[in-house]
Structures are given as C-alpha cells and as structure tokens.
Design a protein around this ligand. Structure first.
Ligand code: AN0
Ligand code: CP
Length: 313
C-alpha cells in the first residue's frame, strides 16, 4: 500500500476514528514496527512533517533514517533514456532501488517547481520513486498534494465539529512568495469526502485545477464566504492557470478579527508555517479560535495511522 493522494483513503470516517484511537494510546502498537526502517527523503525544508512523521514511526517502534537532498545526496535524473552529461549525477532507477535495500517504507517530500505545470501535475518525483522503489511510498507533500496534512485537518475538524452540518471555508490569503497549490488541493479533495457546506474563496485568477475543484462552490467575495462559517481554513497558493504566478498580494485578503466576526465563531485553521500579519493578524492567530497547534499535533496521528496501515499490509 502507498499513501500518495487523498484517493488512497478508502473510508475517511473510519480512518479519522482510528487516528483518534491512536491519539488516546499512541504506544499501543509498539511491536508493529520493530526492526523496520522508515526512510524519509526531503527535497525541501520542513518542521512539522519531519518531526511528526518521525515521532509517529517511533510510536510504532520503527527505526528512522532521514536524508536531505537539499545539499546532501546526489542530484537525481528522472527522465528515462536521458544522456546524463548535464548537472544530474544519479538516475532515479538506481537511487530508488538502492534506498529500497536499506528501508522498509519510504516517505518523500518534493514540492512543485512551479515552472512546468505538466511536469508538476504528473508528479514526476513521487511517481519516479513509485515506479522504481520496491517498498511502499508515503507522500510528505508532493507537487500537487499534501495528503498527510489533509488527514490531520480531518482529525482536527472531527474533534471540533459542531452539532449541525458545518460550514467550511477555504480562503486564499496573500503571501510574498509563490507557493504550491498542494495543501489547498488535498484540503479540497478531503472536504469533498465530508458532509459539509464547503466553499472556496479567492481572488479571480486563483482557481485551482478543475479536476480538483469539481463541483465545489467558489465565492469570489471573501466576506460573503465567511458568513456563518464554522471553520475558516486559510492558505496561500500561486495561480494554477497562469502557472506559478503571484497575481495579487492584496492585504485586503488577510484574515482579520473583523472578518472572523462575520463567522459563526469559526475556528481558524492553517497548516503552518504561517506569515503573521500577512496571511492572518496576530489577533486572530493568538485568539482561542485559532486551532493551528492542535492541527500540528494531529500530524503525528495522521502519519501514525498511515504508517500502521502500510506496516499491516
Ligand atoms: C509550503 C507550501 O505552501 O506548500 C509548505 C506548507 C506545508 N509552504 C511554504 O513554502 C511557506
Ligand atoms: N504543515 C507542514 O507540512 O509543515 P512543514 O512544512 O513544517 O513540514
């Protein structure tokens, strides 16, 4: 079993309940991972993913090896038949096969390059490892998705859910740098598996991939979208259509206490890292409505559930 996208979740509600059980008793399956090794490869920086996935593996009794390809590791070639007389030193064929000798499960982080849309959405890095590794692969944020984050978000929303069918808003917010669509994509796909009044709000031009959005509602007026919301999930992403471009840094889209007043005392959610007073004001982030630390904590149990399922297969 691999965990590459939200589509690998066969029953979201069951998975969320199982993760909540793991959270109650994290060391219940300490023998499952005995003498098994998790390899974690990072092509980009990380705080939460790195530590929570490692912690999840420790809970299951696994050994963990971490390797950063940002500076360590040979630069990899992913193209079949490439004449390797350029900058790349090692082909994915050998790299993935060799890593498979040392590890039992392989977790990979490889962000979108935001230059070549087709290459990013073909998931070149993740699918290269999937093709040439002989062990299960876990996605720790790929070009187009961050399914461990979305699973942690589903756990958090289950813990906080109101008695009624919730209204959930995914709101774009400004950021100075071009960021991937991965977190937003997986959140949308996860919400489509939930019974909720779900709406996406962003400036015109920031429409996500139509295959991701499907029939989900889009409201271009952020204040209208916030009305009566129970959860406000905020994230910046760069444009999908005008690929990788920053079309707006309009601070009018920042989440403020005034906007939160339009909601049904909504919980404020963000995957972190978050830029204070750019994405969201200090006032909102430091308020009791902010559940970002609870979200980050649930990353451990999302990862632990996925690793447990992989080890059981
Ligand atoms: C990354 C992103 O937007 O995909 C990682 C988020 C978990 N964020 C930044 O690079 C700031
Ligand atoms: N939310 C998240 O994935 O954080 P890191 O980039 O710090 O791992």
């Amino acid at each position: 079993m691999n965990y590459l996208t939200i589509k690998d979740i066969d029953n979201l509600n069951e998975w969320v309940q199982q993760a909540i059980q793991l959270k109650k008793n994290p060391f219940a399956h300490q023998n499952l991972g005995k003498n098994k090794t998790l390899g974690m490869l990072f092509f980009n920086p990380s705080l939460r993913t790195r530590l929570s996935t490692q912690k999840a593996a420790i809970h299951l009794g696994m050994n963990v090896m971490v390797m950063n390809f940002t500076g360590e590791g040979w630069s990899l070639e992913f193209e079949d038949g490439a004449v390797m007389n350029g900058g790349n030193s090692e082909h994915i064929k050998e790299a993935a096969a060799v890593i498979s000798q040392y590890c039992d499960v392989l977790a990979i982080r490889a962000f979108a390059g935001l230059v070549d849309r087709d290459k990013d959405y073909a998931e070149t890095v993740m699918n290269g490892f999937k093709k040439y590794a002989t062990i299960p692969i876990v996605n720790m944020e790929s070009a187009a998705g961050h399914p461990l984050q979305a699973l942690a978000d589903a756990i958090t929303m289950e813990e906080l859910k109101p008695a009624h069918r919730p209204k959930v808003v995914l709101s774009w917010a400004p950021h100075p740098k071009a960021l991937p669509q991965a977190v937003a994509n997986s959140f949308v796909e996860m919400m489509q598996l939930q019974d909720a009044d779900f709406v996406i709000t962003h400036p015109k031009g920031y429409e996500l991939h139509p295959d991701v959005v499907k029939n989900s509602a889009i409201e271009y007026n952020q204040e209208k979208a916030f009305a009566n919301a129970d959860f406000v999930y905020t994230k910046n992403w760069s444009a999908y259509r005008d690929y990788g471009k920053v079309l707006s840094t309009d601070s009018a889209w920042m989440v403020t206490a005034e906007k939160m007043k339009l909601t049904n005392k909504a919980y404020f959610m963000h995957c972190l890292p978050v830029r204070r007073n750019v994405i969201v004001t200090d006032e909102v982030l430091d308020s009791p409505q902010s559940v970002v630390i609870q979200q980050a904590n649930n990353r451990t149990f999302a990862a632990q559930l996925v690793l447990k399922k992989v080890l059981e297969k």
